[in-house]
Every structure is written in C-alpha cells, then in structure tokens.
Write a protein that binds this ligand. Structure first.
Ligand SMILES: NC(=O)c1ccc[n+]([C@@H]2O[C@H](COP(=O)([O-])OP(=O)(O)OC[C@H]3O[C@@H](n4cnc5c(N)ncnc54)[C@H](O)[C@@H]3O)[C@@H](O)[C@H]2O)c1
Length: 356
C-alpha cells in the first residue's frame, strides 16, 4: 500500500505533542516529510525530534513538494485560513486544528475551497475520539437516551488562563475561552445530539478578572495588559428541531469545581459527563417506577484521542471515506460563536447562518 507523505504547518505545542506523535505511530501508513514554521528554531527542533528531513519557514515551499499528500495545520487561529486555502489549491488533504477559523466567513471560504479540490478536510475536534465520546454516541444511537432536547455544555476553568502563545490575544485568536475550549465541548455535545441545525443564540461575554493582576493564575503569570479576550461567556443556543443548549466557558472565574463536560437531558435518560474524571459518565434513568443512577465502568480505553484523530485522518484518506469531522461541522461552531459574540455586543438574540 502507498504510504502518505505528510507535511506539518505550524510545529509548536499541539503539533509536537499530538499531530507528530500520531503520524509517527503509523509508519506503515505515512511518513512525515517536511515541517514548516515561521519560527526557524521551532521548525528545526520539531524536525529533529521526529526525524523529518525538510524544514521550511515558508509553508508554501512545503506545499510545493509533490510527494506531500496531506498536511496538518496547527498554527494560531488567525493563520488557519490562508494555509488551508493554499493547501487545497495545491491538492493536499488537510487536518486543520480547532477552531476551524476566526469566524464563519473564513470557514465558508475553507469549505468552498475543500469542495472545489475534492480533497479531505478533518477538523481537530479530538473529543469525539475519547472513550466517553465513543460510548455515549453508541448509547444514544441505541436509543437509550430517547430524544435529547436540552444540554448544558461547560468548559469552566477557575484559574486556567493560557498566558503563553496567543491565547489571550483577540486579534490572533478571534476570542477567549468560548472559541478556545468552548469549541471542544460544544462540538462534543452537538456530535452526541446528532448535529441539530442551530438557528439563533443569545449570550453575554465578560472580562472581569483576566486583565487584572490582582488575580493569581494557576497556569503561571502573564502580561495582564495583553489580555484582550473575554474571561467568561455564557449563551443559549436554539436549534431548528426545538432543542436548546446552554454553553458556559471560562479561563478564570470564582467557582467551586473546574468542569469540562456536559449534562444531557433525554426523554429516556439523562447523563452527566465530567470528561477529565476517572469514571466520566453517570446516567440517570427510570425503570419500574424506580430512579436509577448508573456509572458505566468499562468504557473504551483510548491511549490518546489526539493520536487517534490523526490515525483516523490518515486511514480516511487511504480508504477514500467521508471525513469524520467535516468542515461543515467546524463552520457550525464558528457560526454559533459569531452569533454569541454579536449578541453579547448588541444585547439581542442573533440568527445563525451556516450556509456556504
Ligand atoms: N485540539 C486541541 O486540544 C488543541 C490544543 C492546543 C492548541 N490547539 C490549536 O492548535 C493551534 C496551535 O496552537 P498551539 O498551542 O500549538 O500554539 P503554539 O503557539 O504552540 O504553536 C503554533 C506554531 O505556529 C507557528 N506559526 C504561526 N504562524 C505561522 C505561519 N503563518 N506559518 C507557519 N507557522 C506559523 C508558530 O511559530 C508556532 O510555532 C491553535 O489553533 C489552537 O487552537 C488545539
């Protein structure tokens, strides 16, 4: 079988921790041929760590290599659009980190370019590959939850501001915790709910703590004057099928317990998911007029959901299958965030447009 030639665009944190180990774990299916990063030291270090021969500062040189079939794009959010458009123009398949782009307009351009190229696009929404995600999806598809008509999605950190890189810079990120970690949990919930179509959102975003040096940060200190994003956001999203989702996300907030998870309300059962907990799922149901709380104890063990997403990307290209995380679903998330940020600015519920 032909091995895929892989290129890495943006070889910083997530590329070295997740994408490159993922490709390296399947040497029979692919080979990393080149790394590109605007920071030459970062590119060099990543290439040496994984034994990659070609190193570039300009990703367009990587895209010009005919032996490269597919690329990971793991640059900051403001630099997702252009490399993605250029990659499709060069005929490459793309694994694009989350959030798909800065806003829905950019996502639409990427989806159109992908359709025109006929190449595969997978968005880096790795929680779908978690053991909890796999179990819950099956449980729901088996009808055990009934109709899920409401969910609470929560990505709440008490003192978890990522002060490194560009995560607190609105110009380069597009937003704060909503777009950075809210994106993961909203995707997870929509995946479990079967991707209902969102129609409107109302929201509020606050910057109450992140820019103020009086608050301690568990993830190290950072330049508070550079904090230009919200530190907490909350919203209500309505769907065409009548379902609703509330989404809360914070980098910094005075709360009892950090949570990355969701509560699902179905007609047959409910579920509470705390995705970093050892037993992440509790199901609430009724049998014979008795209420039961059930904890599934042997959900699939996944060594690394990040590596599994990379393996899935390569295997989907090789098998010619459909993307497991298509661009249209990445677009939905950005369109929801656009509506939420606009609602926070205007004080009014906003429509969500997912056409492209
Ligand atoms: N899926 C996840 O759990 C997860 C976790 C962390 C980050 N991410 C996403 O991955 C992306 C990168 O985040 P990170 O934490 O790795 O950041 P990072 O700052 O560690 O790495 C980004 C790298 O991109 C390089 N870069 C910037 N502009 C470039 C350009 N035009 N061409 C080539 N290289 C360029 C930078 O020099 C840097 O080395 C972001 O979109 C982020 O949201 C996803």
């Amino acid at each position: 079988m032909k091995r895929l030639g892989i290129g890495i665009i943006g070889s910083g944190g997530i590329a070295q921790a997740c994408h490159m180990p993922g490709y390296a774990s399947i040497p029979d299916k692919c080979e990393m041929l080149a790394v590109a990063d605007i920071d030459p030291g970062t590119a060099q270090r990543a290439a040496e760590k994984f034994g990659v021969k070609s190193v570039f500062c300009d990703y367009r040189e990587l895209l010009a290599m005919p032996e490269i079939d597919a690329v990971s794009i793991a640059t900051p959010n403001a630099f997702h659009l252009q490399p993605a458009l250029d990659a499709f123009a060069a005929g490459k398949h793309v694994l694009l980190e989350k959030p798909m782009a800065m806003n829905a307009e950019e996502c639409k351009k990427i989806v159109r370019a992908q359709k025109a190229s006929g190449r595969l696009l997978q968005i880096g929404l790795n929680w779908r590959f978690s053991g909890a995600g796999r179990f819950m999806k099956q449980f729901i598809e088996n009808g055990r939850m009934g109709e899920i008509y409401y969910a609470r999605a929560m990505a709440l950190r008490r003192r978890g501001v990522p002060g490194w890189g560009v995560f607190i810079d609105k110009e380069k990120q597009g937003g704060g915790p909503l777009i950075d970690i809210g994106v993961h949990i909203l995707d997870f919930v929509l995946f479990l709910m079967g991707h209902p179509k969102p129609v409107s959102a109302s929201a509020q975003a606050y910057q109450k703590m992140g820019a103020n040096p009086k608050y301690w940060n568990a993830w190290g200190d950072y330049d508070r004057s550079k904090f230009t994003v919200e530190d907490f956001a909350v919203g209500l999203i309505k769907f065409e099928n009548g379902a609703t989702v509330t989404l809360e996300s914070s980098f910094m907030a005075n709360l009892e317990k950090e949570i990355f998870g969701c509560h699902l309300f179905g007609t047959e059962s409910g579920a509470s998911l705390d995705l970093f907990a050892p037993d992440p799922i509790t199901i609430f149901t009724e049998n014979d007029r008795q209420l039961f709380d059930m904890v599934p104890r042997n959900i699939p063990k996944v060594k690394s959901m990040h590596e599994d997403e990379v393996v899935a990307f390569v295997e989907t290209i090789l098998s010619g299958g459909e993307s497991l995380v298509p661009g249209e679903q990445g677009l939905v998330l950005n369109a929801v965030f656009d509506a939420m940020y606009k609602s926070a600015e205007t004080g009014r519920e906003q429509p969500i447009d997912v056409t492209y």
